[in-house]
Design a protein around this ligand. Structure first.
Ligand code: PRX
Length: 645
């Protein structure tokens, strides 16, 4: 058994959930799941209370995921209005700009004012209930205002990561059929300017169908505005009415769309429903981070990811919590930036990603120790397995040995955390994503599709639905069923491998489908390969993940050129540029190896498994190569890989 870190007594003494409570409530929540969620649903202010808690089935032939379906509510009322009587002048958002010294505090009243005004602007532009609005913004308070303004009128937000390229944005605008896009003049990250409006203009031109672009001022740069189409945020809000009546929305009506990468084809737009998502995200946020009134919360994720949607925006807002919103990166202007923000705002709960911890670890302890981090009580990790070395550093150096680390396992699809060591209830094991959340029933499946009893390894599935689960893939319900419910009938399949130990802890062993996890960001191999193959010189490409000290995994590409196209450094640079342009900087390959031919089986399927081992330098352990159609191709690739080192 690996080392166990006991629950700090001071924390357990006042935790929302302690060890005996977790055991009892977890067992109860599986026995009477509907009763459990019915109680949790009291957290939400409903307009019309629901009568039926759930109607769910994971049978691929009869998939149903309905929660609180006949209830109605409004998300922005739950996130903002209901806190106004007690907290109007208290801070909702503590914004820290990219450059130190640039900061803003947004009170609940100011947030409400901006949201109402923007909601009226959107209504004035003809945005109606159910319409999708695409948001392509830096991490500034206006991004949260934009999301809340959408949901105030029952519109559906689709936030696209501002690090994505114009082309990636265009795909997402087109797929969602957005008629309004909200962006900013420019973004700032690590001292560098990101030309958001320029990207948005290109994306809008490529996607078509967009009637209006609302442009918030971040840097104040002069950006071209298209008359009749583009609207300045400041001017429009100044003229708008400061009260917008909230729309009454059905619990199973969509709240937002969020795109993520899958193992095949285009990114998929996961659709989240309003009622179930708000119930589970709001209640789990408070439990998982053991938040108490007055605690300042900080999640470092960019608004473009699900982590930010659920646990940086909706979770804290639903609970009336003050949170830090940080625009920059951990290493600008120096390696102590995060620690100075924690000290400045007396952050109590800090939620971040292993890749950032690994990069900060390299700088040693001095930048951390220069700051007073005594306000910290709970730390969180998300996005990929946290390796025990990074875990111990985070625990000892950042947390001073006194803060439990909640290693939260979940996905864009799950909406909410499913596996987690609840801080007052489950002792930490470095590298393990803890135990199931209430109402969640993990199942480890063996290769024959049989549940593993007790300790063992296999595919991570879940039996039974939970309220925050995504309802479908936008415009592709069949893909939703095929991807998540067909592999193991009556179960939700995550795409992850897992190991359950004798104490009931779960350790994620990584994706078992063709999805890479680069710095906690999901990238589908097919998406990467088809981008490379779109270059006129490329005949074929295969992409695999290689272990990377900081990023967890990095992209390694094997590329076969068409005859007549010589291998060259210029071409290599062009392919790197193409990946950055089409997808974004996160898709930059670590290495590209020219391969005269790719190893395939006799059915013509590329053997990525063999390529992954070559890329990692494991030439002597290529696994089963008997199915190879052309063994010489492998010998040649190995020779070239060796020579490239
Ligand atoms: O492979 C798992 C990994 O990230 C995937 C989900 O990615 P995404 O939808 O982008 O959401 C990330 C943030 C919730 C999972 O299938 N993953 C996420 N959290 C963990 C993790 N792997 C191990 N431990 C975690 N705590």
């Amino acid at each position: 058994m690996s080392e166990l870190f006991p629950i700090p007594q001071t924390l357990a003494a006042r935790a929302h959930v302690d060890q005996p409570t977790y055991r009892r409530r977890y067992a109860e929540s599986l026995r009477t799941t509907e009763d459990f969620w019915e109680e949790e649903a009291a957290f939400i202010d409903w307009i019309r209370p629901f009568r039926e808690v759930s109607d769910t089935s994971f049978d691929p032939a009869d998939l149903r995921i309905r929660w609180f379906a006949d209830g109605t509510l409004n998300a922005s009322v739950n996130c903002i209005d209901r806190h106004l009587p007690a907290k109007a002048d208290r801070p909702a958002i503590l914004w820290e700009g990219d450059r130190p010294g640039e900061s803003r505090t947004v009170t609940w009243a100011e947030l409400a004012d901006q949201v109402n005004r923007l909601a009226n602007v959107l209504r004035g532009l003809g945005v109606a209930k159910g319409d999708v609005v695409t948001i392509y913004m830096p991490v500034i308070p206006e991004a949260i205002v934009a999301m809340m303004a959408c949901v105030r009128i029952g519109a559906v937000h689709s936030v696209v990561f501002s690090g994505f390229s114009a082309e990636a944005l265009a795909d997402r605008i087109r797929d969602a059929g957005a008629r309004v896009v909200i962006t900013a003049d420019e973004g700032l990250r690590g001292g560098r300017v990101v030309p958001l409006k320029r990207n948005a203009d290109r994306a809008v031109a490529a996607a078509g169908g967009v009637d209006h672009v609302i442009v918030a001022a971040r840097t104040g740069a002069r950006v071209p505005l298209t008359p009749g189409r583009d609207i300045r945020w400041g001017a429009a809000l100044a003229l708008a009415d400061p009260w917008c009546p909230p729309a009454e929305v059905g619990a199973d009506d969509p709240l937002f769309v969020l795109y993520t990468s899958g193992s095949t084809g285009r990114p998929k737009g996961l659709v989240h429903a309003t009622g179930g998502y708000l119930v589970q995200v709001g209640t789990s946020w408070r439990t998982i981070f053991d938040w108490h009134e007055g605690d300042v919360f900080w999640c470092t994720a960019d608004i473009g990811w699900v982590t930010a949607h659920s646990y940086k925006i909706y979770g804290p807002l639903l609970n009336g919590a003050t949170s830090v919103l940080f625009e920059g990166i951990p290493t600008f202007p120096d390696h102590a930036r995060w620690w100075s923000v924690i000290e400045k705002h007396r952050v109590a709960i800090f939620y971040t990603a292993p890749t950032a911890i690994r990069s900060l670890m390299r700088e040693g302890e001095a930048p951390v120790l220069r700051h007073d981090l005594s306000s910290l009580r709970v730390l969180g990790s998300v996005g990929e397995p946290i390796n025990p070395d990074a875990w111990r550093w985070l625990h000892r150096v950042v947390g001073g040995g006194r803060c439990p680390i909640v290693d939260t396992y979940w996905q864009t699809e799950t909406g909410s955390v499913l596996l987690v060591p609840i801080p007052g209830a489950v002792p930490n094991k470095p590298g393990a994503a803890g135990k199931p959340y209430f109402g969640i029933c993990p199942v480890v499946m063996d290769s024959a599709g049989r549940p593993v009893a007790g300790a063992g390894r296999g595919s991570l599935c879940f039996a039974g639905s939970w309220p925050a689960q995504a309802r479908t893939i936008l415009n592709d319900h069949d893909r939703f069923i095929r991807t998540y419910f067909a592999p193991f009938p009556d179960h939700y399949f995550t795409g992850d491998g897992v190991e359950r130990d004798r104490d009931g802890y779960y350790r994620i062993t990584g994706r078992i489908d063709d999805v890479l996890n680069v710095s906690g960001h999901r990238l589908g191999t097919v998406e990467l390969e088809s981008t490379l193959a779109s270059h006129p010189a490329v005949a074929e490409a295969a992409v695999v993940g290689i272990p990377h000290e900081i990023k967890g995994q990095a992209i390694f590409a094997f590329v076969t050129l068409k005859s007549g196209h010589p291998e060259s450094g210029t071409l290599r640079a062009a392919l790197v540029a193409l990946m950055r342009e089409r997808i974004g900087p996160i898709a930059t390959p670590e290495a590209i190896l020219w391969a005269p031919a790719l190893p395939k089986n006799r059915a013509g399927k590329i053997l990525r498994r063999v390529l992954a081992r070559i890329a990692a330098g494991n030439y002597d352990d290529l696994g089963d190569t008997t199915t190879l159609a052309d063994p010489e191709a492998v010998d040649e690739i190995v020779r070239r890989h060796r020579a490239s080192l």
